[in-house]
Structures are given as C-alpha cells and as structure tokens.
Ligand binder design. Structure first.
Ligand code: FES
Length: 280
C-alpha cells in the first residue's frame, strides 16, 4: 500500500497528493509518469509526476478528476492509501540525457496549460538545480485556476502567467504570450509544451512558423500506460508510436494532433457509463 502523506485541493477542480513511494522517488526523472490504482479492482490511471523527494521517499501527483476513478481519488484523505503506485514509467525528458554545459547555452521556453503546469514543474526545477534558468508561460481560464505559482516562480528564470479572462497576468492565450516574447527579441532554442491537446496543437503551429523546435507531452491520450491497450497510438511524422512506451514526449511539429484528438474521444461513452455507475 502507498500511503498518502498529504492531500490538498489546489482549486475547485485540481488536487495535489504527496504519496509515500520510496522506490519510485529513488529512480524517477522529470517527464516520467506513474500508474495508480485505488484498490484491487480499480482502473489503472496514468499520472505524471509533479515532484519527487528522494530523501523523504515521496512522489507528488496533481490531478483533475475527469472520470469515475479520478473522482474516487479526489475523495481520499491524508492517511489513506493507494493499492498500486507503479513507476517510474515512460522515457525521461530528452534534456536529462544532454551534456549540461551545452544545455546551459540553450534558451528553453516552457508552455503549460491548466493541470499541465504540474508536469512542467519538475522539468523546470531539474534545470534550475543544474544551473539553468528557463522561461515559463502558464495559462489558465482565470486566476483561481492557476496552480503551483509560488513553486514555479521559485525555479524559473522568468515566469509569465496568462489568463483567458484577463483576471491576472497576461490577458489572453499562451500563444499570444509566446509571440510577444519573441517580438520583444527573445530567442528560444527549444519550446516544451504540456497541456490540453488543443493548446499543444496551436503552440506547435506557432512555433513551427517561428522555427522554434518544440517538444510536447502526449500524456492526455494514455489509458493503461503499458503499451497493451493501444489507446495512446499516435502518428509522429510517418511513424506510428505509443505515447506510454515511446514517449510521452515527442517532436510536436511531427505529431498529428487532429488524429490524436479524434482517438481521445473514443472512450467518452465508456467513461460516461462509469460515471453514471458511480452516481447510482
Ligand atoms: Fe495503453 Fe499506451 S496507454 S498502449
């Protein structure tokens, strides 16, 4: 069993949990994920790692209840436990393998949207720990929905919050913030975008125009996270890939987002049935 050390509601629909999982904490790297099961018969839920503490042996997960299983997760309290907490899974972010000195010469821009701020955080933190300050843009519908602000400010070079309704930070989409930074004369060697599929699609369309190589994380389309269900199949250039075993990160300029979004809709009926059952 994997005990929940801390359970916190970050805003009306996003939850943070610190879970005791020493083996995962010892081996995980930014970009990887875990598979969580609430009990013996529970659904396998892939969740990206938001933070890890190797000494304390804990992993921080942040999630948004969207289906029946994640709604059950949200009801768990401090002291409760998950039945399974498997990981670390997936490939670590590419930069983890790069030579630190050449990485230090690069200007990196992160773009996160909504709960996508959670997987952005360990990457920016890792870079900070290695002497690299990255710029970070995080977008949300309004100020109340922005998460991990203090944490992000503490590890990023420049932090640019954006809200769709203009209630805080830059008023508008994350893409207009990217354009503004480039117009101001900022040069970026790489952009890492993590968030809703539609956000990643439009960030990629823009960065292609601006000739900024872009990496995206295809976590949103994963189901079982083991390469067996086939749900996370996607087209990257002319190759077929599986987000959970070949990724979750891919060259965003090669990803066929329209196809991936269509596949994401395929499980809506089953998900709806599971939710109805939960309400019975
Ligand atoms: Fe099932 Fe990747 S999530 S094969």
């Amino acid at each position: 069993m994997y005990k929940i050390q801390k359970a916190e509601k970050l805003n009306e629909n996003i939850y943070l949990m610190v879970v005791e999982a020493p083996r995962v904490a010892r081996h995980c790297e930014p970009g990887q994920f875990v598979i969580v099961k609430i009990d013996e018969t529970g659904e396998r839920i892939p969740l990206t790692i938001c933070d890890y503490d190797r000494e304390a042996g804990t992993i921080t997960i942040v999630f948004q209840p969207v289906g029946a299983s994640t709604r059950k997760f949200a009801e768990l309290k401090e002291g409760d436990a998950f039945r399974d907490f498997t990981g670390p899974l997936g490939c670590p972010s590419e930069f983890v393998k790069e030579d630190i000195e050449s990485l230090k010469k690069k200007k990196i821009l992160f773009v996160g949207g909504g709960v996508g701020a959670a997987p952005v955080y360990p990457q920016v933190k890792w870079l900070k720990e290695h002497g690299i300050d990255a710029d970070v843009i995080i977008g949300s519908k309004n100020k109340d929905l922005l998460i991990l602000e203090d944490e992000m400010r503490a590890v990023s070079g420049n932090y640019y919050p954006c809200t769709d309704d203009g209630s805080y930070g830059h008023a508008g989409m994350v893409t207009t913030m990217v354009e503004e930074l480039v117009e101001q004369g900022n040069h970026y060697d790489v952009c890492i975008a993590i968030g809703p599929m539609i956000m990643m699609k439009f960030v990629c369309l823009l960065t292609k125009k601006l000739a900024i190589p872009t990496v995206v994380s295809m976590n949103p389309i994963m189901v079982d996270g083991t390469g067996m269900c086939g749900a996370c199949r996607l087209l990257v250039g002319d190759e077929v890939k599986f987000a959970c075993v070949d990724g979750p990160e891919f060259d965003g300029h090669l990803v066929d987002f329209d196809n991936a979004m269509k596949r994401q809709q395929m499980y809506k009926t089953q998900e709806g049935r599971a939710l109805l059952k939960l309400q019975e």
